[in-house]
Design a protein around this ligand. Structure first.
Ligand code: HEM
Length: 146
């Protein structure tokens, strides 16, 4: 696996491709929910903790669920996100939070940690396609210069 992070360049947003269609069948919906739970557990103690919901609330659990809805949908599964939240409009939804190039790096580093357990059960090609998706898509969430 190649967990490369494309450097942020404000003048060039590379084209993004969705994860390949074989990723979700190998991981399963529950596997995606577990993946997002691992991501949010890592974010909970990461340097970007401050932009996420307060620790003493259900906010982090809820955010993990909503994000799982999105990832199941983007991976070709049921449109849970659209049903529960409406159109994705991810850039707009992230606008209230200051996402710097550095915050993206911390977020991706937590995602790498969350993805590692899947190396056992998911083909490298599919896992790579998922990583490539979040590597590029996360560039578009940057809305604040660090
Ligand atoms: C591939 C890139 C990303 C995707 C697909 C993604 C997806 C999502 C989704 C689906 C939500 C829930 C939106 C809703 O409540 O309707 C969300 C919320 C959020 N995301 Fe992201 N995200 C990405 C990158 C990032 C990055 C790089 C950061 C910052 C480090 C970030 C920070 C947040 C924050 C702070 C929230 C709000 C949590 C809350 O208060 O409930 N996201 N994201």
């Amino acid at each position: 696996m190649n967990y490369t992070i494309t450097p942020y360049n404000a003048n060039f947003i590379p084209p993004v491709q969705k994860p390949d269609a074989n990723f979700l069948p190998q991981v399963g919906e529950q596997g995606i929910r577990d993946l997002l739970a691992r991501l949010y557990t890592c974010l909970d103690t990461s340097p970007v903790r401050g932009i996420f919901p307060p620790a003493d609330t259900e906010g982090m659990l809820e955010a993990a669920q909503v994000s799982a809805d999105f990832f199941i949908q983007i991976c070709g599964g049921p449109a849970y996100f659209n049903q529960n939240r409406g159109m994705p409009q991810m850039r707009g939804r992230h606008a209230p939070f200051a996402i710097t190039p550095d915050a993206r790096l911390h977020w991706l580093s937590c995602f790498e940690e969350a993805l590692k357990p899947l190396e056992e059960s998911v083909s490298e090609e599919s896992l790579q396609s998922f990583w490539n998706y979040i590597n590029i898509f996360s560039i578009m969430m940057i809305n604040t210069q660090g």
